[in-house]
Ligand binder design. Structure first.
Ligand code: FAD
Ligand code: SIN
Length: 530
C-alpha cells in the first residue's frame, strides 16, 4: 500500500444524512472511511429547511402518512417500502434527539408544522433551518467516533470493480472507489469489503435548482457505469417557491410558509390563483400541482414570477417561524412581514436513482446505496414534502444493518491497479467544460422541465448524443478535475432522465407531457438496464 491507496472495512461515499447515518451505525464494530466532495457540509442535507415527516401526534396514524405519500406519488410508490419507512420514522427522530438535534418544542412536546400534501401536522423541525442542525449533530458524532475517518476534498471518479483488480476479473463485485484528492491532484484508490453510495441527487443538471453546486448525479452515474440499474429518472421534482432575485439564484422559500398560511398571488391583480387549479387543497396541494400552476401563470401572463404572501399573519408569528428566511430577505430589501415574496419554481429533488431493495442493496455485489441517489420505491412519481431526510435515516440504517448481517461472507479486497494517467495530459481548454455545463443545464431546463413534449425531449436527446462524443474525447485525453468529473456525470444523468422521459407514455406525477396527457391504468416503473 502507498499513500495513494487506503483500505477500510466499509467505504461510505457522501457525508450527508444518508452517508453519516450509515457510517455511525456501522462504526459500532467496523472501521469506516467517509469521503466527501469538497467540504463535509457540501450536500443538500445542510440546506434542508422545512423538516422531517413523522407520525408523532396522537390524532395522526401511519396509515394517514402512507396514504398522503401515495397520493403525492400518484400511486407509483411501492407500498411495502412506504410502510417500511413511515413505521421507522418515530425511532429515527428519537435517534436524532439523542444526538442532540434541538428540534422546536411546545410545552415540552415536539412542535409539528405542516407542508403541502400532508393531511396532518407531522413535520418536526429546527426553525426553518432543520438541515443545518441535523448535519451538525451527525458530523459531531462522526468526528467524535474513533472508528470513523472523514476525508473531505475527495471527488470519487469511478467505483472499483473486478475489471480494476490486478488480476482482471469479469465480476461486477464492487471493492471501493477511485477518488481525486483535490489538494494533491492525484487519484487515490480506496478499497473496502463493502461500499455505501450516498452521493445525493442530480439537481444541478437544471439551470435553476435549489440544490447545492455539487448535486451533479455523481453517485447515480458511477453506479450506472459500474452496471447497476436505475429507475424513474424522469421524476424530477420542481419546488414551487424558490426566491426570484437577480443576485441570489437558488434560495428556497420553505413550503412551511404555505403550511402556516401563506397565499400564492398573481403579482399584478393580487388574485389567489390556486383557487383555479385545486379548489380544495389550494396552496397545500402536492408540489407537482402547485409548481405546474405557477408555471402556467408565468407562461400565460408573461410574468417573471408570482407572489408568495404571508404578511397577513402577525409579524411576531412570521419572525418566530421563519427567522432564517426573514434575515436573508431583509438583507435583500424584502420585509416578508409587510410585503409578498417574489417566487418561481426550480428543480429541487431527484426522485429516481439507483434501484435498491429494503436492505439498501443495489444490483452489484458489494454496493449498497441510500438517500437521494436512490430509488427505493418510497416517492413514486412525486416525493411528499419532508419524506426525503426520513428516507436517508431509514435506508442509511438498513444498509448498515444488512452489511453487518452479511459481514462474515465478504472476502478481503483483492489487489487493485493504480489509476492510469499514462495517456493523459493537463487540459489546455477549460472553456470547453464551462461551455458544456452551461449548455446542458439550459437545454434541460427548456426542453425537459415542468411541462414536456416528445419533440422537445428528442431535441434534448440529440444534444446529449453530440455532447457525449465531445466529453468522452475530453475525458480520455486530459487529467481529471472535479469540473470534468461533474460534467461527465451531469451529462450521464441528463441522458438517463431524457431516456426515461421518452419511455413514459402517460402524464403521471412529475412527468407531465402534452403528447400523453392521460394517466395510464398500468403502473410501471421506468427501469433502465446498463
Ligand atoms: P446529500 O446531503 O446531498 O449529500 C451528498 C454527499 O455526497 C455530500 O457529502 C457530497 O460531498 C458527496 N458527494 C457527491 N458526489 C461525490 C463524489 N463524486 N465523490 C465524493 N463525495 C461525493 N428534505 C426533507 O426531507 N426536508 C426538508 O426540509 C428539505 N429541504 C430541502 C431544502 C433544500 C434547499 C434542498 C436542496 C433539499 C431539501 N430537502 C429536504 C431534500 C434533502 O435535503 C435531501 O434529499 C437530502 O438531504 C439528501 O441527503 P443525502 O445524504 O442523500 O445527500
Ligand atoms: C421545504 O422546506 O419546502 C422543503 C421540504 C422538502 O423538500 O421536503
Amino acid at each position: 500500500m502507498n499513500s495513494e491507496t487506503s483500505q477500510a472495512d466499509v467505504l461510505v461515499i457522501g457525508s450527508g444524512a444518508a452517508g453519516l447515518t450509515a457510517a455511525l451505525s456501522l462504526a459500532r464494530d467496523k472501521k469506516v472511511l467517509v469521503l466527501a466532495k469538497g467540504h463535509l457540509r457540501s450536500g443538500s442535507t445542510a440546506w434542508a429547511q422545512g423538516g422531517i415527516a413523522a407520525v408523532l401526534d396522537t390524532g395522526d396514524t401511519f396509515e394517514n402518512h402512507v396514504r398522503d405519500t401515495m397520493v403525492a406519488g400518484a400511486g407509483l410508490n411501492d407500498r411495502e417500502t412506504v410502510e417500511f419507512v413511515i413505521e421507522r420514522a418515530p425511532a429515527a427522530i428519537d435517534r436524532l434527539c439523542e444526538l442532540g438535534v434541538p428540534f422546536n418544542r411546545e410545552s415540552g412536546d415536539l412542535h409539528l408544522t405542516r407542508e403541502g400534501g400532508h393531511s396532518h401536522r407531522r413535520i418536526v423541525h429546527v426553525d426553518d433551518a432543520t438541515g443545518w442542525a441535523v448535519q451538525a449533530a451527525l458530523l459531531k458524532a462522526a468526528e467524535e467516533n474513533p472508528n470513523i475517518t472523514l476525508l473531505p476534498d475527495r471527488t470519487c471518479v469511478e467505483l472499483i470493480t473486478g475489471k480494476h483488480e490486478a488480476k482482471y476479473s469479469a465480476s461486477g463485485r464492487v471493492w471501493g472507489a477511485y477518488a481525486l484528492n483535490t489538494e494533491t491532484g492525484r487519484v487515490e484508490a480506496h478499497t473496502a469489503r463493502a461500499t455505501v453510495m450516498a452521493a445525493g441527487g442530480a439537481g444541478r443538471v437544471y439551470q435553476f435548482s435549489t440544490a447545492p453546486r455539487g448535486a451533479t448525479g455523481d453517485g447515480i452515474a458511477m453506479a450506472w457505469r459500474a452496471g447497476a440499474r436505475v429507475s424513474n429518472m424522469e421524476m424530477m421534482q420542481f419546488h414551487p417557491t424558490c426566491l426570484y432575485n437577480l443576485e441570489v439564484k437558488n434560495f428556497l422559500i420553505t413550503e412551511a410558509v404555505r403550511g402556516e398560511g401563506g397565499h400564492l398571488l398573481h403579482p399584478e391583480t393580487g388574485h389567489r390563483f390556486m383557487t383555479d387549479y385545486d379548489e380544495t387543497r389550494m396552496e397545500l396541494a402536492p408540489r407537482d400541482v402547485v409548481a405546474r400552476a405557477i408555471d402556467d401563470q408565468i407562461k400565460r401572463f408573461g410574468l417573471d414570477y408570482v407572489h408568495l404572501d404571508i404578511s397577513h399573519k402577525p409579524r411576531e408569528f412570521v419572525m418566530e417561524h421563519f427567522p432564517t428566511i426573514y434575515e436573508k430577505l431583509i438583507g435583500l430589501g424584502i420585509d416578508m412581514t409587510k410585503e409578498p415574496i417574489p417566487v418561481v419554481p426550480a428543480q429541487h429533488y431527484t426522485c429516481g436513482g439507483i434501484l435498491i431493495d429494503l436492505d439498501g442493496q443495489t444490483d452489484l455485489p458489494g454496493l449498497w446505496a441510500a438517500g437521494e441517489c436512490t430509488e427505493s420505491g418510497l416517492h413514486g412519481a412525486n416525493r411528499l414534502a419532508s419524506n426525503s431526510l426520513l428516507e436517508c435515516f431509514v435506508f442509511g440504517e438498513a444498509a448498515a444493518r444488512n452489511i453487518g448481517e452479511l459481514w462474515d461472507s465478504f472476502a478481503e479486497p483483492p489487489s487493485i491497479r493504480e489509476w492510469d494517467e499514462s495517456r493523459v495530459s493537463d487540459s489546455d481548454e477549460e472553456v470547453v467544460i464551462k461551455q458544456n455545463w452551461t449548455e446542458i443545464r439550459r437545454f434541460m431546463w427548456n426542453y425537459v422541465g415542468i411541462v414536456r413534449t416528445t419533440k422537445r425531449l428528442e431535441r434534448a436527446a440529440n444534444r446529449i448524443a453530440l455532447l457525449q462524443e465531445e466529453v468522452d474525447d475530453y475525458y480520455g485525453s486530459f487529467r481529471v478535475t472535479t469540473d470534468l468529473i461533474e460534467l461527465r456525470n451531469l451529462l450521464q444523468s441528463a441522458e438517463l432522465i431524457v431516456t426515461s422521459a421518452l419511455r413514459r407514455h402517460e402524464s403521471r406525477g412529475l412527468h407531465y407531457i402534452l403528447d400523453y396527457p392521460e394517466i395510464d391504468e398500468a403502473m410501471i416503473d421506468t427501469v433502465l438496464v446498463p
